[in-house]
Design a protein around this ligand. Structure first.
Ligand code: AMP
Length: 444
């Protein structure tokens, strides 16, 4: 049964010190400019130090890495210099980008401790990772599949004291449930589990029942809400004018750093070509790029080598870009929850941000699902010179309605009608492609 954690700190400003964070960690976070703990940190740190299991729903950008990272480092600080020392901490991350972000954060928090931390993600040389492990490692940050691979090659998980699942909802959306279920029995019976999820889905609740023991429940924000400091707006535009509008917004408002999300890898590539024609230098991150390429592109974007980063939802979680002021949804995501994660790339750590969605006639309906999820209306407007063509609207309206309601044609009349529309597959080959289409993949 879930125990509800009552926040006793309301009205009292807590400090990291009063939460019980030890000196070597205090001086490290001071250097990073962390003055006061965030809400999730205030609630989670004492519980993690008290060895409780926790189930935390925290919005993206709320400081959750330090919420589990600081007390975890503190709990595991006593280590030996022995090469054969046991691995005692495992953090699972859905994406390589998020894993890298956590790794970098933990390295800076632990600079005054003697702990060895390693990152084990797919797309990197497994033998190199094994060599690092042979040197003796205390904590690993891993993607689920790669951790299982290492276990198959001899990584011993039987001494793990703390097991963290970060962005658990994303891991489940990406189909990692098998890997997580396979990892659980490899851990010792007695260990502490910390489950963090941005959203509160049934899938996550089901998983929590399997892996958590009498967890303390921490909810720092309303379910699926976007951060208050983010201004959200949607511009109505015709599909074939989206790229031009995107370039126009970036150019006319002189955006210096903007993350543009597309729904597919193909449209990311195509959009980048279009933006380049408009003189905008872009980087691209999606699942077909190698890990080395993705890491390099992100570093260049952070360094300001180019102002536009076009990405699929692979980048909607985990990417922490300091002061990122703008996010553009060139296409709305397939899963409404991903909208929360995308716009959460801006407005981080209490800063202001703006999320602009470019919506065509089809997405006008999809955005309602997002509004339902976040419990707020997103203002809709048009940009002068990019007003949607009203004729297109009239012509496609029935088809659009059907698409939004996900109706399957049943009657003969409907089938006949659909033969003449473009979105319904006409040939067997097209049918096959449509059938195969997945909502999410492990990479994207
Ligand atoms: P996270 O939600 O862990 O990805 O953190 C979001 C951003 O907030 C990161 O850039 C952190 O470095 C930063 N951050 C985390 N905790 C604090 C804090 N207590 N004060 C200021 N910034 C913080």
């Amino acid at each position: 049964m879930l125990k509800f954690h009552i926040n006793l700190t309301i009205g009292i400003t807590m400090s990291f010190e009063t939460l019980g964070v030890m000196k070597p960690l205090l001086s490290a976070i001071k250097e990073l400019g962390y003055k006061n703990p965030t809400m999730i940190q205030t609630r989670a740190i004492p519980l993690v130090l008290a060895k409780e299991d926790i189930f935390a729903t925290a919005q993206t950008g709320t400081g959750k890495t330090a919420a589990f990272g600081l007390p975890m480092l503190q709990r595991l600080r006593n280590t030996t210099a022995d090469k054969n020392r046991a691995l005692r901490g495992v953090i699972l991350s859905p994406t390589r980008e998020l894993a890298l972000q956590i790794y970098e954060d933990l390295l800076s928090y632990s600079k005054n401790l003697k702990l060895n931390i390693a990152i084990l993600v797919g797309g990197k040389d497994i033998e190199y990772q094994q060599r690092i492990l042979r040197e003796g490692v205390d904590i690993v940050i891993a993607t689920p599949g790669r951790l299982i691979e290492h276990h198959a090659k001899g990584l011993n998980l039987s001494s793990v004291e703390i097991f963290v699942l970060d962005e658990a909802d994303r891991m489940l959306d990406m189909g990692f449930v098998k890997e997580i279920r396979a990892t659980h029995p490899l851990l010792p019976k007695k260990h502490q589990t910390l489950l963090f999820s941005a959203t509160y889905s049934d899938k996550v609740r089901k998983l929590s029942k399997l892996i958590l023991r009498s967890p303390q429940f921490i909810e720092t924000a309303k379910k699926n809400t976007t951060v208050d400091t983010i201004n959200q707006i949607a511009y109505l535009v015709d599909t074939d004018r989206k790229a031009a509008l995107c370039a126009y917004i970036i150019g006319s408002r002189n955006f210096r750093q903007v993350l543009v999300f597309t729904k597919t890898k193909k449209s990311a590539d195509e959009l980048a070509i279009e933006l380049k024609k408009d003189g905008l230098k872009c980087g691209i991150i999606h699942g077909d790029k190698t890990q080395a390429n993705r890491t390099r592109t992100l570093a260049q974007f952070k360094a300001g080598d180019f102002k536009v980063l076009v990405a699929t939802d692979i980048a909607s979680r985990g990417l922490d870009i300091e002061h990122l002021p703008f996010v553009i949804n060139y296409e709305l995501p397939g899963i409404p929850e991903d909208y929360v994660h995308r716009v959460g790339r801006t407005g981080r750590a209490g800063r202001e941000g703006e999320a602009i969605s470019l919506i065509d006639i089809y997405e006008k309906y999809d955005i309602r699902e997002i509004e339902k999820l976040i419990g707020q209306k997103i203002e809709q407007d048009v940009v002068e010179g990019f007003e949607p063509d009203p004729k297109i609207r009239r012509k496609d309206i029935d088809e659009v309605k059907m698409k939004s309601e996900h109706k399957k044609p049943t009657s003969k009349k409907e089938r006949k009608y659909n033969k003449n529309t473009s979105t319904v597959p006409k040939t067997k080959k097209q049918m096959k492609v449509t059938k195969k289409k997945r909502k999410t993949t492990k990479r994207d």
